[in-house]
Design a protein around this ligand. Structure first.
Ligand code: DLL
Length: 432
């Protein structure tokens, strides 16, 4: 099932032709209307009129989150405020939020792009979609809401919070598709268990999760416990919000809406583009945004491009699951570790619960990593010997797979803080 088959199944030549035409128009637009780009282009002697090949993309300047922040709130807008119909912000987890604006046409396109992703994830007009993202300045809720309404699905705008209430509504309203962060979906799975509800009595079929990093093991856990097909979808406010890329039911990478976003993967140190299949930082250029076009935006998200054809028939390239961000990579004794690697290992070990937190501590001149992981009541109250065995097992697996020794502490169920939005997995005590 496609939402816009003609666009989603174009040939590579057609895609590249559209990208080039749209990019040319976009470069003129930013040169004329955004002082930041006019200055940059002038400095680099880039004439937006003489841009004639996608290969020339490499000559264009990057845009960083700091650049957007420096022109807070409206400095990157390419249209007068009277043409803006909506203002949202990035979630601001790494500092001051970025303000993003949308024209009426941007909202129309955004809804369509999200409709594509929802359709790819199994949602159709006959579904009942529970949107458990926080409604407000965060782009997640309204973005998915408009996309689901565009499809004609029945939308429940419940917002985030209160997992028990979510489950009650899910049961009573016969929700078929759940939309939220994977960590909040896990809280709902816990609530279903604690409320003694048989998951088979619910009508859930699909889970469309995104907005934070999660692992393949977490997908398995959610699919098993909620009896759903869980797909991953990706986006970021600076370029639109959700709707940039999403998995189809094959679940083998996220199709990028390439007719609206031009993506590159670069080596974050050399800034050179890397070949498809190699992990690096995702860089996105918007092709159709009117209110706030961005050129070569450095997302800080680490992924790789997949160009092999997908059995679903969509021809857009895919990105692999985001493995981390350049700014949440933990460097311990010279080794790079991502929280998602730790998550995958913990999820595979029997006896642990899928709730954990990672602490970075400084001891003398050395940084150390400590992982707190919840365990089932049976284990927590079991003999010390058994607990020790489990701790050793986890330490050994972490050492084998990460190459560093990690301190492990088992904690009782429900002791680690839960998140109803984006989960905070890493606590860096070195900064305090
Ligand atoms: O999180 C947009 C969104 C909402 C996407 C709902 C999907 C669903 P921001 O608040 O600006 O926007 O945060 C963007 O979140 O740079 C990634 O680091 C992270 N992120 C988003 N989706 C995923 C994902 C929204 N599927 C930042 N996997 C991005 C991993 C994700 N990380």
């Amino acid at each position: 099932m496609y939402w816009e088959a003609v666009n989603e199944c174009m040939s590579r030549e057609e895609i590249e032709q559209i990208q080039l035409e749209r990019l040319q128009a976009n470069l003129l637009r930013v040169y004329m209307n955004v002082p930041f780009y006019r200055k940059k282009f002038d400095e680099l002697k880039i004439d937006p009129d003489s841009f004639c090949s996608l290969e020339d993309l490499k000559k264009l300047p990057f845009t960083t989150k700091e650049d957007l922040r420096d022109s807070y709130p409206y400095g990157f807008f390419a249209v007068p405020l009277r043409e803006i119909v909506r203002l949202q912000t990035s979630s601001g987890t790494t500092g001051m939020p970025t303000v993003v604006g949308y024209t009426r046409n941007d909202i129309r396109i955004w809804s369509n792009l999200v409709a594509r992703i929802l359709t790819a994830g199994g949602v159709s007009q006959s579904d009942i979609v529970q949107i458990a993202f926080d409604y407000g300045l965060f782009t997640g809720a309204l973005g998915l809401h408009y996309g689901a309404e565009r499809i004609g699905a029945s939308v429940i705008p419940i917002s985030s919070g209160n997992p028990q209430r979510q489950v009650k509504i899910m049961r009573d309203f016969k929700t078929t598709a759940l939309v939220c962060t994977p960590s909040f979906a896990l809280m709902m799975a816990d609530a279903i268990r604690s409320m003694d509800i048989n998951v088979n009595s619910l009508s859930l079929k699909y889970g469309l999760f995104g907005a934070e990093q999660w692992s393949e093991a977490m997908r398995q856990e959610l699919q098993d416990r909620l009896k759903i097909i869980a797909t991953d979808n990706y986006g970021l406010s600076e370029v639109i919000g959700p709707g940039v890329a999403g998995e189809c039911l094959e679940r083998k990478g996220l199709h990028i809406n390439e007719d609206h976003f031009l993506v590159e993967v670069i080596n974050p140190e050399t800034l050179e583009t890397v070949p498809d299949g190699t992990t690096g930082e995702l860089v996105i250029t918007t092709l159709t945004r009117e209110a706030m076009p961005v050129i070569r935006f450095r997302t800080r998200d680490l992924t790789s491009l997949i160009s092999e054809p997908c059995p679903c028939g969509r021809t857009f390239k895919r990105i692999s699951r985001i493995i981390g961000r350049t700014d949440d990579m933990i460097k311990i004794k010279g080794i790079n570790v991502f929280p998602s690697q730790i998550e995958s290992i913990l999820f595979e070990i029997e006896g642990t619960e899928p709730h954990y937190q990672i602490y970075i501590e400084r001891r003398g001149s050395e940084d150390e990593l400590k992982v707190l992981v919840e365990v089932s009541e049976a284990i927590f109250f079991d003999q010390i010997k058994k607990q020790k065995e489990l701790v050793e097992k986890i330490k050994k697996r972490l050492y084998t797979e990460l190459g560093i020794s990690v301190d492990v502490k088992l904690v009782e169920k429900n002791t680690l803080s839960r998140s109803e939005g984006k989960a905070k997995r890493v606590i860096d005590n070195r900064k305090i």
